[in-house]
Design a protein around this ligand. Structure first.
Ligand code: PEP
Ligand code: MG
Length: 584
């Protein structure tokens, strides 16, 4: 039994068999076959091997013709790999014995041989391990294609263990088969963590070396609430966690009482408590957790894992359905935020978005305004069906905001000329998630109806930290004194300019930080649906006077640790029944 501590990013406890995901290359599906299917499976494997051999011979002949025999030697070595009895025969034997699909068995055999060779202190044999892996890729791509397939292909209940997962990997997870996941790296504000909460899959990240500690099929407990993973637990630990799981469910049930109550402080100061969503399937969860609207719809999930751009009508139907389901509450759609370091690695994007690799969201709009215009036309049309607002991500200069206004005006003109109904007076907001946007908030405020602070990015770009891997670069600290001051500046500026301000970054859902933000005068909190009942409990347990005092005190502190400790102590007094998740 081994216990590893990481960061719990999505609550819940699950026990299951580990499924190790390789760091790169295609995702290897795994399924059981019946005895009667063994011959067909072996034939499928032989075909893939034959195909790989033919291809290697073709390449070998071509190279030797064009560049000379000497350069073709490497392919001779590759052919030898496929004639190696131990690799091919052992795979076949294991398929017969274990009655599992050939690609899964083949990878296991391949890796074992390659590892054995590379461990030998022999340059020639060490080099052979590289050949073996290269050839393995060929055979595998004949069986499953070269692209990493989504995790929806997993057919049995498992716990995913991986070095890292991309948001698109997480988006393809199904709760019925993926019980939980655990990764070496990661942070609470990463999109993978955000997605895990959205689809309610317990998750622990930042475990550093879990992929080295866990073996395929090991039994694993994932405790996403406490941020702990236990490998091969003993009977006593299993029983303890079953009990903990029951307690957690009872705790969550208790919070259901606050669902229909208003989000107001003890003396009646009202705030808006809304939800962030990534996919439409989250709406029932949003409603059942008592959100008063959607403060952030991350529309980029609409664009990923697909070959073609969504059409205007597809956008329109989705937005109309959200706004109708959420009525009478408001829905804030954030135009897609893709590009640069966000969502690009391992991501399948429509071909038309290839230039987005070079720019982040707002700048890519300017490079390809047509894509934004399609989305804006749909938003304008859907806004006649309810309270729909639009906001732009990653604003760092006023020119960008003005450029989006031009595109919005063009979209309006086009709709007007075609006689299509739309909402002429749609409310427009700017996300404040770069330090320059904070410093120029007074300038930006004059050209929008509201602000929404994206602390996930603001923390990253202000502290030179990495939201995806909180241990890398610098500590990722949402309550760093610098960040608290930046937030205070934005709230004060917005109020001076008479516009409301919300926070839709993950910080808003941390129960201990809610009093600080409330005390600074924040108008709206937007968070993962599952965090809403506890947030409401905190807000209802405090008075504005207390919250202001806490905020003032925190603003005098010099380190994030001090603020965090103080905030947690205060929370224990204000709302002792609220569990303190996501401990540092
Ligand atoms: C943020 O940066 O805080 C935010 C809400 O946007 P995202 O997490 O999608 O980058
Ligand atoms: Mg952001």
């Amino acid at each position: 039994m081994l216990t590893i501590k990481g960061t719990g990013v999505s609550p819940g406890i699950k026990v299951g068999k580990a499924f190790l995901l390789s760091r790169e290359g295609p995702f290897i599906p795994r399924w059981r076959i019946s005895r009667g299917e063994v011959d067909r499976e072996l034939a499928r494997f032989e075909r893939a091997v034959d195909h790989a051999k033919k291809r290697i011979i073709q390449v070998k002949d071509k190279i030797s013709r064009e560049m000379g025999e000497r350069y073709a030697d490497i392919f001779g070595a590759h052919l030898l790999v496929l004639e190696d009895i131990s690799l091919i025969e052992e795979t076949k034997q294991q398929v017969r014995e274990r009655e599992m699909n050939a690609e899964y068995i083949f990878v296991g055999v391949l890796e074992r041989i390659a590892k054995k060779l590379s461990a030998l202190d022999d340059e020639y044999l060490g080099g052979r391990s590289v050949d073996i892996r290269d050839v393995g890729k060929r055979v595998l791509s004949n069986m499953i294609g070269s692209k990493r397939k989504g995790l929806s292909h997993i057919k049995e209940e498992v716990i995913i263990v991986a070095h890292d997962l991309s948001p698109s990997d997480t988006a393809t997870m199904r709760k019925e088969t993926i019980l939980a996941f655990a990764t070496d790296v990661g942070g609470k504000a990463s999109h993978t963590a955000i997605m895990a909460r959205a689809i309610e899959i317990p998750a622990v990240v930042g475990l550093r070396n879990i992929t080295e500690e866990v073996g395929e099929d090991d039994t694993v407990i994932v405790d996403g609430t406490e941020g702990v993973v236990i490998i091969n637990p003993d009977e006593e630990t299993l029983v303890k966690y079953q009990k903990k799981d029951l307690e957690l469910k009872t705790y969550e049930k208790e919070f259901e009482d606050s669902v229909p109550l208003p989000a107001q402080t003890r003396r009646g100061h009202q705030v808006k408590l809304s939800a962030n969503i990534e996919i439409l399937d989250e709406i029932p969860l949003v409603l059942s957790h008592g959100a008063a609207g959607i403060g952030l719809y991350r529309t980029e999930f609409f664009y990923i894992n697909r070959q073609k751009l969504p059409t205007e009508d597809e956008h329109y139907e989705a937005y109309k359905s959200i706004v109708e389901k959420m009525a009478p509450y408001s829905v804030t759609i954030r135009t897609f935020d893709i590009g640069g370091d966000k969502f690009i690695s391992q991501l399948q994007l429509p071909e038309e978005m290839s230039s987005f690799r070079d720019f982040r969201s707002i700048r890519s709009y300017l490079a390809q305004p047509e894509i934004l215009k399609v989305q804006l036309r749909a938003i304008l049309r859907a806004a006649v069906h309810g309270e729909l607002r639009v906001m732009y991500p990653m604003i760092s200069r006023i020119e960008e905001l003005r450029a989006t206004k031009e595109i919005l005006d063009t979209a309006k003109d086009e709709l007007r000329r075609s006689g299509i109904r739309f909402n002429e007076r749609i409310r427009v907001g700017a996300m404040i998630e770069t330090p320059s946007a904070v410093m120029t908030a007074d300038i930006l405020a004059k050209e929008v109806h509201f602000f929404s602070i994206g602390t996930n990015d603001l923390v990253q770009y202000s502290l030179a930290a990495d939201r995806v891997d909180e241990q890398r670069l610098q500590p990722y600290e949402p309550v760093h004194p610098g960040i608290l001051r930046l937030i205070k500046m934005v709230i004060d500026t917005a109020h001076r300019e008479k516009i409301p301000v919300s926070i839709c970054g993950e910080m808003a859902s941390e129960p201990a930080y809610i009093p600080i933000l409330l005390g600074m005068g924040l108008d709206e909190f937007s968070m993962s649906a599952i965090a809403i009942p506890e947030a409401k409990r905190v807000i209802r347990a405090i008075t504005m006077t207390e919250a202001k005092r806490i905020a003032r005190k925190c603003l005098t502190m010099s380190t994030a640790e001090e603020v965090d400790r103080y905030a947690r102590e205060k929370l224990k007094k204000i709302a002792p029944d609220v569990r303190q998740y996501y401990q540092r």
